[in-house]
Design a protein around this ligand. Structure first.
Ligand code: NAD
Length: 415
């Protein structure tokens, strides 16, 4: 998926799957539109005493399978079409991992890098009171996304609790542990992705012990993936990169040492016992698993011809362009598509919701076991659909997800 016209892209993907599934035209038409959109403007007092008016959105794309769920982004270039597309993708993501939630998304047009903590707190609180009518633990549950974090979630819980006159920890997920967050959330995306890699390796007959892994992007998702790939399966991390460049060592890079080096110098580049590697060479490395965990649109049509990995596990959102997708499919590269591979985060967010409802909190081991089950089942369902329809894994993931949403819509008698 390219992100230039995200909503149009999401509709194209939907149309492709509608054709495969032979969807009724009225069902297809309903799925082309968000069910509910709220646009708000609200004032925030800035530190210099002035009042600035901000614009925000909350979109609930489809709630046939349950209350909607999706992050809140703070971004200067936020716009309603991006939020619509992301809300649609959340619908498919929740459905593919079979959690009883629909998809939503929210955003505020703002530049958080230019705002003080006090201004961000007032912005977060005022946004929540502006959208309070349509959100709730049983209606729509936001979470952190681009430039939002657990502190922002904590302010939102507090504001919503004041509006409700009682404590409402379940209004958002991604909270600090002290106020109802879940253990196992911080590395859930990487861990969930690794469970799908394990399943793919079984299908393809790849031994993961000693398997060569290259990871583009050494942030939250990428660095956790490196540590867990080594710890869980004994993989050998042979190349890593960040925005300043890439490094490689075919004998293996120690993920802990890489994190320490990055913490000290701000980058993985220049690490001891590694040699620099260009982006082109990085993506073309002869590895078993390539994990894009940075940006969108990095595997392009041109680069797709040089990919040498057996598995491409998309922890990042949208790393592969549609043109590259077709080439990789023809070349027999096994893609674990983004909204399956990185669904571990939303799955543990759902576990956080469950724990909030029960007011009873699970051990980290229990979170891991349940996450494994969800991701494994999801991978198997998608792989089975790819075999049944003879389609690529990405299209198969959409087919599984859309079929589940449509079934719920029919069960409800909507169509
Ligand atoms: P992050 O900001 O922590 O890390 C991003 C990393 O990518 C940084 O190390 C950065 O230096 C690196 N990077 C930037 N430009 C690069 C380039 N040109 N080449 C190589 N590396 C580059 O972000 P994150 O939370 O780890 O998210 C990474 C991706 O995973 C995003 O696409 C995000 O949407 C997706 N994702 C993350 C989560 C999560 O829970 N963290 C959940 C779902 C999806």
């Amino acid at each position: 998926m390219t992100l230039e016209n995200p909503f149009e892209n999401s509709r194209k993907q939907l149309a492709k799957c509608a054709a495969i599934l032979g969807l009724d035209e009225s069902i297809h038409e309903m799925l082309r539109h968000p069910m509910r959109e709220l646009r708000v403007t609200f004032p925030v007092r800035m530190d210099d005493g002035s009042i600035k008016v901000f614009e925000g959105f909350r979109i609930q794309y489809n709630d046939a399978r349950g209350p909607t769920k999706g992050g809140i982004r703070f971004h200067p270039e936020e716009n309603i079409d991006t939020v619509r597309a992301l809300a649609a993708w959340m619908t498919w993501k929740c459905a593919v991992v079979d959690i009883p939630l629909g998809g939503g998304k929210g955003g505020i047009i703002c530049n958080p890098k230019e705002m003080s903590d006090g201004e961000l707190e007032r912005l977060s609180r005022n946004y929540i009171s502006s959208i309070a009518q349509i959100i709730g633990p049983r209606k729509d549950v936001p979470a952190p996304d681009v430039y939002t974090n657990s502190q922002i979630m904590a302010w939102m819980v507090d504001e919503f609790s004041k509006i409700s006159s009682f404590n409402q920890p379940g209004i958002v997920t991604g909270k600090p542990l002290t106020m109802g967050g879940s253990l196992g959330r911080s590395d859930a995306t990487a861990r969930g992705g690794l469970y799908t890699i394990r399943e793919a390796a079984k299908v393809l007959g790849i031994e993961l012990k000693g398997a060569k892994v290259a990871i583009q992007g050494y942030g939250n998702a990428g660095s956790n993936a490196a540590k867990l790939a080594k710890e869980m399966f004994g993989c050998k991390i042979v190349a890593i990169s960040d925005s300043r460049g890439g490094v490689m060592n075919m004998d293996g890079i120690d993920p802990e040492m890489a994190s320490q080096h990055k913490a000290k110098t701000g980058s993985v580049t220049g690490m001891l016992n590694t040699t620099p590697v260009s982006t082109e060479a990085f993506l073309g490395l002869d590895v078993d698993v390539l994990i894009p965990a940075a940006l969108e649109n990095v595997i392009t049509e041109k680069r797709a011809h040089t990919i040498n990995a057996k598995i491409v596990a998309e922890l990042a959102n949208g790393p592969t362009t549609p043109e590259a997708d077709d080439i990789l499919f023809q070349r027999g590269v096994h893609i674990i598509p983004d909204f399956l591979c990185n669904a571990g985060g939303v799955t543990v967010s759902y576990f956080e919701m469950v724990q909030n409802f029960y007011m009873y909190y699970w051990s980290e081991a229990r979170v891991h076991t349940r996450l494994d089950r969800k991701m494994t089942d999801a991978y198997k369902a998608v792989y089975a659909a790819s075999q049944k329809y003879n389609i690529d894994m990405r299209t198969a993931a959409y087919v599984v997800a859309i079929e589940r949403v449509v079934t719920a819509m029919k069960d409800r008698g909507w169509i």
